[in-house]
Design a protein around this ligand. Structure first.
Ligand code: PLP
Length: 570
């Protein structure tokens, strides 16, 4: 009997994700994809679903962010000890990579729901004595290294992951691939179900595609063609050799490249994008496949700060496991909402004053922006016209930024450096702070402690976005480009404000920067600043709507119930 026995009693939904963000000090995530995975798992535990999850250990994390004196991002390995949180599972599996046998262990983290449910998450680890020094590093760095490193990691996730669950004694009724990184699992499943037919005319007849498709669910997250993982067949051969006949893979994953998205699309009976708009964009990108849409959410209990937790416990008890109760937010007195928010804001302002020497105060309208610094997120759209910005916002608005750029993304790092130089240049005219090392604890404090949450990506490149949903759980309105989830959550002047024109299908181009920046300045000047300072009643009305109309819907409990009814049980 092992500590896993109690999880082996019924067939599971097995959720595979290259990154999973469960808590702040388990640094195995880089951003939205990982946080979504963690929130998914927590809701699955709360709802007592038969669920297990598989990811990689990422012993050195994504990275810890610091800056030199010019604001240039420096990245360091994260130092953490898995044994503090996890137990080694009683099994090891192996996989052939580059002709060598690589052994894979799994650490188990048990997610415990406050409702009594629990489920295991397996962190695959090659850093064990059986392996060569080189292979021990394969599970060190999330999104590190080159394509060769990536395809090995994806082989471990997909192939060794399936083997590990089997070795541990799990039966699986659905495999859910969270993004294409995991799609090699389909090949392993084809191997498992290979038909025992002798002397066939057509080699492909031995592969039971239909039964694998029945088992697989695929969620795509990337609305740009270039964002999908592709490998050359040279690299595939170098790493996986004769693991799977090339003729068949070319048929399943593309002739030119091995396209991980295509592989998942071809072997999943249910495919979805992560917001309605993203479903449509993906449908256009992949004609011939049926792409559904299940809009993302956030785990309500995780992303509600302590002040709002106390407030909700008092006025709308039961909210955490039944976020639909947010519809009753009208029963909370205005002053109580305002006070809870001011308390959360005080926490944030104290933090930026202590850590960023920001000299901010709690009565000034505070706008927050935190993202991965990918260029399409346009972190410096706000600075399109600096004179105008200072004229509108100087003395009346203070801005707090955070976010990491991928260590190899010089463009993203440049964007951060720009913000540091604006902060210096505008000293005395406009208050700007940059909080370093954006991670879950900072995300909670920042996205729930500001007065307005700003988001201005280039349409239609934001698949969903989730940080704005965290804000809504804490009465913070969004001010955002109409893309991703906000198309569904936005009601102008009720739940927040839009930036720029209604959603369009056009190819993103530079001219949209000016249009969006203009609208951003206009609304800030004519709507948001006057409402905040002159019409507190209206402001609190909007705060309540963010809770009753947005948090009510954009949570992972609702999302998981939809995955169950639309993807898992069909
Ligand atoms: C929520 C969160 C994200 C994702 O935010 P998006 O709005 O999807 O960009 C990324 N990083 C951290 C630390 C978060 O908490």
């Amino acid at each position: 009997m092992s500590f896993l026995s109690k999880y082996l009693d019924e067939p599971k939904i097995a959720y595979f994700s290259m990154e999973i963000g469960l808590k702040d000090d388990i640094p195995t995530y880089s951003g939205g994809l990982g946080i979504l995975a963690g929130d998914t798992i927590k809701s699955a535990a709360d709802l007592n679903l038969p669920f297990v999850a598989v990811t990689l250990m990422h012993r050195k994390g994504y990275f810890t962010q610091d800056f030199d004196e010019t604001g240039y991002q420096l990245s360091k390995d994260v130092i953490w000890d898995p044994a503090r949180y996890m137990t080694l599972a009683p099994a090891k599996v192996s996989i052939r990579l580059e002709g060598r046998t690589v052994y894979v262990a799994a650490w188990t983290y048990i997610v415990e729901s406050l409702r009594g449910g629990s489920l295991p998450v397996f962190f695959l680890d090659t850093d064990i004595p059986e392996n060569s020094a080189e292979d021990r590093e394969l599970t060190h760095h999330l999104y590190g290294g080159d394509n060769l490193y990536r395809i090995k990691q994806e082989s471990i996730l997909g192939i060794a992951g399936v083997r590990m669950l089997k070795e541990l004694g799990f039966t699986v009724k659905k495999y859910h691939m969270n993004e294409g990184h995991a799609s090699f699992l389909t090949l392993e499943l084809l191997h498992e179900r290979k038909k025992d037919i002798e002397s066939v005319w057509d080699e492909s007849l031995i592969w039971d595609f239909d039964s694998v498709k029945e088992l697989c669910v695929f969620t795509t997250h990337t609305p740009v063609e270039a964002g999908h993982d592709k490998f050359t067949y040279d690299i595939y051969h170098r790493v996986l050799g004769e693991y799977f006949p090339e003729k068949v893979i070319r048929w399943l994953a593309g002739d030119e490249h091995l396209n991980m998205t295509l592989l998942a699309l071809n072997l999943s009976n249910y495919v979805n994008g992560v917001a309605k708009k993203h479903g449509e964009v993906s449908q256009n990108m992949f004609p011939g496949y049926r792409i559904n849409a299940i809009t993302n959410g956030v785990h309500s209990y995780t992303w509600t700060n302590e002040h709002f937790k106390r407030l909700y416990d008092k006025y709308i008890p039961g909210w955490a496991n039944e976020p639909e109760i947010f519809v009753r937010v009208e029963t909370v007195p205005d002053e109580a909402i305002w006070n809870a928010h001011q308390d959360a804001k005080t926490d944030l302002i104290n933090y930026v004053n202590t850590h960023c020497n920001a000299d901010m105060d709690v009565n000034t309208l505070t706008i927050g922006f935190a993202r991965r610094f990918a260029t399409y997120k346009r972190a410096n759209l706000l600075f399109t016209d600096i004179d105008r910005l200072v004229k509108i916002a100087g003395g009346r608005v203070q801005f707090v930024f955070a976010g990491k750029a991928h260590p190899k993304d010089e463009g993203g790092k440049k964007l951060i450096q720009n913000i540091f130089s604006y902060a210096r240049e505008l000293k005395g005219k406009l208050k700007l702070a940059f909080i370093k090392n954006y991670k879950m604890d900072i995300g909670l404090m920042l996205s729930t402690g500001v007065d307005v949450w700003l988001n201005n990506p280039l349409r239609p490149l934001e698949a969903s976005g989730t940080s704005g949903m965290k804000s809504t759980h804490n009465g913070v309105p969004n001010f955002s480009v109409l893309d991703g989830w906000w198309i569904e959550g936005h009601i102008e002047g009720y739940t927040g404000w839009s930036i720029g024109p209604a959603p369009t299908e056009i190819e993103p181009d530079e001219s949209m920067n000016k249009i969006d920046a203009d609208d951003l300045y206009n609304k800030l000047e004519n709507v948001i600043i006057p409402t905040y300072y002159n019409d507190k009643k209206k402001w609190i009305f909007i705060m309540k709507n963010t809770i009753g109309k947005n948090a009510y819907y954009f949570n992972t409990h609702r999302m998981m119930r939809r995955y169950v009814t639309e993807a898992y049980i069909r």
